[in-house]
Ligand binder design. Structure first.
Ligand code: NAP
Length: 307
């Protein structure tokens, strides 16, 4: 089966959903493809606190509202995982789904975002869901009144440590160096919490296990090489960075060395008619507010391309 659109948007996070609103309001025949749940990273956050004009913060409910909005002006929403994007001989864009289906369009916006990097330890995969987690919002409740560790020094690690501190008995944040990437305001908030300990210059050397579950961790001081066992840690929340989801365009050579899409100020890649928006593009600030900006620009550029 082959279906022809003006625009295919891959990914329904804030960038993709904003692009859908702008494109469909311009009468562009649009479909949004999503492999998981609409909302992207907004589903994994407690509150969006830096959306201008909303001082009290926005809840993850915004993901549902954006999803409704994204289809309100005629854009289609379709579940499907994209395997490959191909530019055919007529310059059309073929989107090949993992189920064998092929959709075609004149333009594509890649708004696939990023996925969490796993903890680089041998038993990390085996213990995922058995004490190791990548989502405090989803799994925090399993560790009520227990000791948990959070790994990383970025905004995600610090935000999620603050969230976990509300229900866990103790949170130990382990960061591999002295300075933090996380915003100062978040770090200050974390440091003020009584049940939080911050271990700077430490990495996790080993995740201990018993009965197929996490049963403590061994941490190593990177300056002294000293090892320390935190035997009562039952949950390990990993926030050691993210990687862009761009395997579907690997053959098009439109990414940088880390896999982020390279786009110009119109959000267009070096392949005409293929655009990028949101966390998946090469940029400095990855926030909801910058993602919606990218989505709007990308859709306006498609409008210009098709006119
Ligand atoms: P990130 O900012 O890249 O931070 C990853 C952290 O993990 C860094 O502190 C890094 O240490 C550490 N790390 C990397 N590899 C490690 C390893 N092998 N072992 C131990 N630690 C390791 O990632 P993120 O926090 O997931 O954030 C991703 C993006 O989303 C960022 O642009 C962030 O600003 C954004 N974000 C924003 C908000 C917000 O504004 N509220 C919330 C969440 C995420 P080094 O610092 O030493 O490299």
């Amino acid at each position: 089966m082959e279906t022809m659109y003006d625009l295919i948007i891959v990914g329904s996070g804030p960038a993709g959903m904003t692009a859908a609103v702008y494109a469909s309001r311009a009468n562009i025949k649009t479909v949004i493809l999503e492999a998981g749940a609409p909302g992207g990273k907004m589903l994994k956050t407690m509150e969006i606190e830096n959306w201008p004009g909303v001082t009290h913060g926005i809840s993850p409910q915004i993901a549902y509202e954006m999803h409704k909005h994204s289809t309100a002006f005629g854009a289609e929403f379709k579940m499907g995982e994209v395997a490959q994007v191909i530019v055919n001989e007529n310059d059309g864009k073929e989107i090949h789904l993992t189920n064998g289906e092929v959709l075609t369009a004149k333009a594509v916006i890649i708004a696939t975002g990023t996925k969490e990097r796993p903890l680089p330890l041998p038993n990390a995969e085996k213990l995922t869901g058995r004490g190791i987690s990548y989502c405090a919002i989803c799994d925090g409740a399993f560790f009520r009144n227990k000791h948990v560790a959070v790994i990383g020094g970025g905004n995600s690690a610090v935000e999620e440590a603050i969230h976990l501190a509300k229900t866990s008995a103790k949170v130990t944040l382990i960061h591999r160096r002295e300075g933090f990437r996380a915003d100062h305001i978040l770090l200050e908030r974390l440091e003020a919490l009584e049940n939080v300990e911050i271990m700077r210059n430490y990495v996790v050397d080993e995740v201990l296990e018993a009965e197929n579950k996490v049963a403590g961790i061994v941490v190593k001081n990177v300056l002294t090489e000293e090892l320390l066992t935190l035997a009562d840690v039952e949950g390990v929340f990993v926030y050691v960075g993210v990687d862009p989801i761009t395997a579907m365009v690997a053959d098009l050579h439109i990414t940088n060395e880390w896999g982020y899409l390279l786009v110009n100020s119109d959000m267009e890649t070096s392949v005409p008619g293929i655009y990028g928006a949101g966390d998946v593009i090469d940029k400095k600030i990855r926030q909801v507010v910058t993602a919606v900006n990218d989505g709007a620009i990308a859709a306006e550029s498609v409008k210009h391309q098709l006119s």
